[in-house]
Design a protein around this ligand. Structure first.
Ligand code: SF4
Length: 406
């Protein structure tokens, strides 16, 4: 039988863009980014959240710049982060009055590493292109890249009406999805062309075209990446809460990344009120790591358990090992380069346990029942020990730590 191996397609060739020292596109590894949800005018809260996101692994962080108070806060946020030794590039998210804020607050324009422009709300009617050009000129003056970020929810209505007219669909209360998809792509491409005519180089332009429906997102980005070689920012907008947001983002971005599309990703999850914002960074990293594109942290493989297991030891141990790894990673990453590539297996019984444990760098196959407390441990495919008794979990934890240190 013919062997079918579905490796990812080669990455689409895009023009690399330097965002404050982090390269997006041009063959660079896919970059993880995130966005704060603090009021940017609140310097303390924003510094704390940017620091938290950066420590969690966000390589670029976007902050809202929506009014003079937030624009005035940006240089102070940058300074405070530098005092903390955090040099993550900050991106300003501008809507409606970005041209004014960047002109009135040159220190803000200088402190940011990139400006995000939404062509759907950069201005209205005849002022639209002028205000867009004003922001692009500001980017040229400050030597900054921009992201032209089109969003389904704030699409350029004039362009949409024109396309509906061309498709004899003006009488419909809602545009057809095909028209919406085309409008999103045209908005991004038209704005990119306008930015280039204004004098901004291609190596300063990133494009995104976000929608909230998985199939639409896949169709839009496939088409967009066929029609341009600008660096691409991937994201499913308004992905939603909890597992729905995670599954939808992983499904959409997984398919596109597999096709070589996407130079940076942001997972937009709706956090619980007061919830942990770093979850979106963790999910973005896990998407990239499980697909084999990047490595951030050792992966713990654990079986789901089934009717053969009468003990919860393997679940508890998998949880403990995962949490040990997360806690120790900042130190291990510095001390043991390459540690993020390790794999650990914690398996529930002998059916798949030994096989899966041998595939991992270090693995344990627990007995499945509390009555027979003995568990073989494998390192790099070789059985190295059989743990017995009441302290299997602690002994395996020690073995994992020793293995990593070795
Ligand atoms: Fe069940 Fe054993 Fe498979 Fe785990 S490894 S799911 S316990 S059969």
């Amino acid at each position: 039988m013919e062997d079918i191996i579905a490796d990812p397609l080669p990455r689409r060739a895009t023009v690399g863009v330097n965002v404050g020292g982090v390269v997006v596109g041009g063959g660079a590894p896919v970059v993880v980014q995130s966005m704060t949800n603090t009021d940017t005018a609140d310097v303390d809260a924003t510094v704390a959240q940017v620091a938290q996101l950066a420590k969690a692994g966000s390589e670029i962080v976007r902050i809202t710049v929506d009014r003079p108070e937030s624009a005035a806060a940006v240089p102070r946020i940058r300074e405070r982060l530098e005092l903390l030794g955090i040099d993550v590039p900050l991106v300003g998210d501008f809507h409606y009055i970005g041209h004014k804020l960047l002109a009135d607050f040159p220190d803000c324009a200088a402190a940011l590493a990139k400006y995000r422009i939404n062509p759907g709300n950069v201005g209205f009617k005849d002022k639209k292109d002028r205000q867009f050009i004003d922001i692009v000129e500001m980017a040229i003056r400050h030597d900054k890249p921009v992201r032209i970020g089109v969003n389904w929810g704030s699409l350029d209505q004039e362009l949409l009406t024109r396309l509906m007219d061309a498709n004899n669909a003006l009488a419909s209360p809602r545009p057809a999805r095909s028209v919406m998809r085309e409008a999103i792509i045209q908005s991004a491409l038209h704005s990119a062309a306008l930015a280039e005519e204004t004098g901004l180089g291609r190596e300063r332009i990133i494009l995104s075209a976000k929608v909230s429906n998985v199939q639409d997102l896949i169709a839009v980005y496939r088409d967009l990446s066929r029609r341009t070689d600008h660096a691409i920012h991937l994201g499913l907008t308004e992905a939603g809460m909890g597992s729905k947001g995670i599954v939808a983002s992983a499904a959409a971005m997984g398919i596109l990344l597999q096709e070589g599309i996407g130079d940076t990703i942001r997972v937009s999850l709706t956090p619980e009120p007061g919830g942990d914002r770093t979850r979106e960074v963790q999910v973005a990293q896990e998407i990239l790591q499980t697909m084999g594109f990047r490595q951030f942290i050792p992966i713990v493989a654990a079986c789901p358990g089934c009717g053969r297991t009468t003990s919860t030891l393997f679940q508890e141990l998998a949880e403990t090992i995962q949490s040990d790894i997360r806690t120790n990673m900042p130190v291990w990453r510095e001390r043991y380069p390459g540690v993020e590539a390790l794999s650990v297996a914690v398996m529930g019984c002998i059916v798949n346990g030994p096989g899966e444990s041998k595939h991992a760098d270090i693995g344990i196959s627990l007995p499945g029942t509390a009555e027979v407390p003995s568990a073989p441990v494998y390192i790099e495919g070789q059985k190295v020990a059989t743990l017995r008794g009441a302290h299997i979990a602690q002994e395996f934890q020690t073995m994992v730590a020793d293995y990593i240190e070795r």
